[in-house]
Design a protein around this ligand. Structure first.
Ligand code: NFS
Ligand code: SF4
Length: 672
């Protein structure tokens, strides 16, 4: 019987270093970023790569989660195993402090994702009221499908009328006080997960209320029970998933469902002959308009001597635009300052999340204008231009105009753009993937994937997600985990800055299949290509399913596979990995992956080691209750092998249960 090969049963990570070469500031494996980093070092321009070194060694109380700053009697640290120094001033012990700190990260993540989707919801609302004339419903089909899932009638009704009901339900999901589950979440769960969440009392009824409740639950002198606190965190992680699902589905309705599209990535996409605008952050409500405005303003750019306006994306905004518009992805989170180092970026337009305040400092060494656009996101020294749904296109034109003006100040002597750029194929929404599978089996498209797993052609599916965390060189973890998985025939989908890494390295191209895929994966992709001659782009080694908020697409696929196999998610050969997790949002995502039943690898240790109990809950007990658990492993190759073990185990068990069901003519065992 294949089993996890952890003979210690401690679920402890290997002794790989927690911070790789802590004194070395050359902390990127991305060739484009590395070229710019060398330039920054020569010119003594401070970047994140210097600051991460300056922070070493980092505080071990904080690292292990045993520093409490929840009230101002603190900070309190757990300094001893027993006696008064083993507790905070109020008497909170390590397990209370660690669990409170951990779930507050989840609350931060849920608040962030839902802030993003609230914005999309507000825009949709403004549309239904006639106050957002520049936006349109790009995918009425998705709207109607969504309405059906949510139990909203679409019969004989206009699109706006339907959207209005969807928006109302979305708003209710944010602020509901009545006892009924979050509608968007409930609409896409498996029956097994629904039952599990009701039994364990973690089915959220509203996003805002759940986050607020968790902050209240973990305030000084409230909950001290670590298990109860963790369950509060799980509930908030489900609120996070709901927020993501609202964000993804409504963005698809408004801006279109992604379809396979060809583009390019890495800093070489910045064009010396054009006005270059980087859009950075997360929200397609802003960036989609900037792209539309830029396409209208070629003539104005020509007036200042440029050939046109070149929009490039950074972080998840980059992913959103790449997926829907084929916009070039310049770079990902840890190398955002490096885009400015090219000297050819005329403006960086940002909205919310993952934007280093330091971009302003680097921009001041060049002519680059940093423009913030949201009332809750300003950076001292940068320009602020409020972006409103009611005047969206006009606002976007103003933003493009700022870049065109800024172009006049570009100093050609300072321009140094790396040649690094790679072709890629992106745009794999679940709809697009299903369409590809349906060319092999029109009746049951998802069975194409599950059958390939059951017959051993591929090993399973992995969702690669998460950020950059410079505890190790940028992208090293993402690339190493991917190579190990595809070599062993795993079908890989990716989001966020993980997808960004693969895009930048040329791993999201059909060319990479021959170089890196194992024989099973290769033949599976070839079979799909042969069945889809209309797809002139070919199929990539790793499938881009979107921004971080689109991890909900990943879960959509896992659920579709569960339904196809007639089991609940914890039995599906599907795993998740965030080799370089950093943001609170990544903690929230990882937590719902576990709660939904996935083995989830994280390559940067979250602050849980200060309590053996919490460590055990996250890595072992979670599996017993929910079927998923965390695998904390800093060595990416070992992390990938643990994921392969988990996939192998699930497929083996599924096979045994199927055999038994056939032999005794019973239904499939549901246990994991
Ligand atoms: Ni996700 Fe996207 Fe990147 Fe991490 Fe930040 S951009 S929402 S949080 S760093 S993947
Ligand atoms: Fe210290 Fe307790 Fe206050 Fe935390 S809540 S800072 S442990 S007194």
């Amino acid at each position: 019987m294949p089993r996890y090969r952890d003979l210690t049963h401690s679920a402890r990570p290997s002794d790989a270093p927690r911070v790789v070469e802590p004194k070395n500031p050359m902390r990127t494996t991305d060739p484009g970023a590395a070229e710019m980093l060398k330039l920054a070092q020569e010119q003594k321009i401070e970047t994140v790569f210097d600051r991460v070194v300056a922070q070493q060694p980092q505080c071990q109380f904080g690292y292990k989660g045993v520093c409490c700053r929840i009230c101002i009697a603190g900070p309190c640290r757990v300094k001893a195993d027993d006696g008064p120094a083993s507790k905070g001033i109020c008497g909170a012990t390590a397990y209370t402090i660690v669990s409170r700190n951990l779930v507050r990260l989840i609350a931060g993540g849920a608040a962030s994702h839902s802030e993003h989707s609230r914005h999309v919801l507000h825009t949709a609302h403004a549309m239904t009221e006639g106050h957002a004339p520049d936006y349109k419903i790009k995918s009425p089909e998705k709207l109607r499908k969504l309405a059906e899932k949510l139990g909203i009638s679409a019969l004989d009704r206009g699109d706006m009328e339907i959207l209005s009901d969807v928006v109302e339900l979305g708003y209710a999901d944010f602020g509901r006080y009545q006892e009924r589950p979050l509608a968007f979440l409930d609409s896409f769960l498996t029956e097994g997960r629904r039952r599990k969440f009701n039994h364990t009392n973690i089915m959220p009824k509203a996003i805002d209320g759940t986050v607020t409740e968790l902050i209240a639950q973990t305030a000084m002198g409230v909950d001290a029970d670590p298990v109860n606190i963790i369950f509060g965190g799980l509930k908030a992680s489900l609120a996070d998933l709901a927020g993501e699902y609202i964000g993804t589905t409504l963005s698809d309705v408004l801006f279109g469902v992604p379809e396979p599209i060809v583009s390019e990535s890495n800093l070489g996409v910045i064009n010396p002959k054009m006005v270059n605008i980087a859009v950075h952050g997360h929200n397609p409500v802003l960036s989609e308009m900037v792209v539309a405005a830029a396409r209208m303003m070629t003539d104005e750019a020509k007036k200042v001597g440029a050939e046109g306006v070149n929009i490039v994306g950074i972080c998840c905004t980059g992913n959103e635009l790449l997926m829907r518009q084929g916009v070039y992805l310049a770079t990902s989170s840890a190398s955002q300052e490096m885009a400015i180092m090219t000297g050819a970026l005329d403006a960086m337009v940002v909205d919310i999340q993952c934007i280093y305040p330091a971009v302003q400092q680097v921009a001041e060494c060049f002519h680059t204008k940093i423009v913030t656009t949201e009332s809750i996101m300003k950076i001292p020294g940068s320009q602020f231009l409020a972006f409103n749904a009611s005047t969206a296109l006009e606002d976007a034109k103003k933003l493009v105009k700022i870049a065109i003006e800024s172009y006049k100040n570009r100093d050609p002597k300072k321009v140094s753009i790396p040649s690094e750029r790679h072709k890629l194929v992106a745009g794999f929404s679940i709809e697009a993937l299903t369409d590809i599978f349906s060319k092999v089996n029109p009746e049951r498209p998802i069975s194409v994937l599950t059958d390939a797993i059951l017959n051993g052609q591929i090993k399973g599916v992995a969702l690669m997600a998460g950020c950059n965390n410079l505890k190790r060189p940028q992208d090293e973890g993402h690339v190493a985990v991917l190579k190990e998985l595809v070599k062993n025939d795993v079908f890989v989908i990716a989001t966020g800055c993980s997808a960004g890494a693969y895009a930048k390295f040329g791993l999201m191209s059909p060319l990479a299949v021959d170089a890196y895929a194992g024989p099973g994966l290769k033949s599976f992709l070839k079979m799909l290509e042969d069945a889809n001659p209309q797809l002139t782009t070919g199929l990539p080694l790793v499938f881009h399913v979107g921004a971080c908020v689109d991890n909900s697409r990943g879960m959509d696929l896992a659920i579709a596979m569960a339904n196809e196999l007639g089991v609940d998610v914890p039995k599906v050969p599907f795993v998740a990995s965030a080799p370089e997790a950093m943001h609170e949002k990544a903690v929230a995502i990882g937590t719902w992956c576990v709660t939904m039943g996935l083995p989830t690898h994280v390559g940067s240790m979250p602050p849980v080691e200060g309590s053996d109990l919490i460590y055990g809950i996250t890595t072992q007990i979670a599996h017993d209750v929910f079927g998923g658990s965390f695998i904390f492993e800093m060595d990416p190759v070992i992390g990938a092998r643990k994921l392969l073990d988990a996939l192998e185990y699930r497929t083996w068990k599924l096979g045994i249960h199927k055999q038994a069901a056939e032999k005794f003519n019973t239904s499939l065992a549901q246990g994991w």
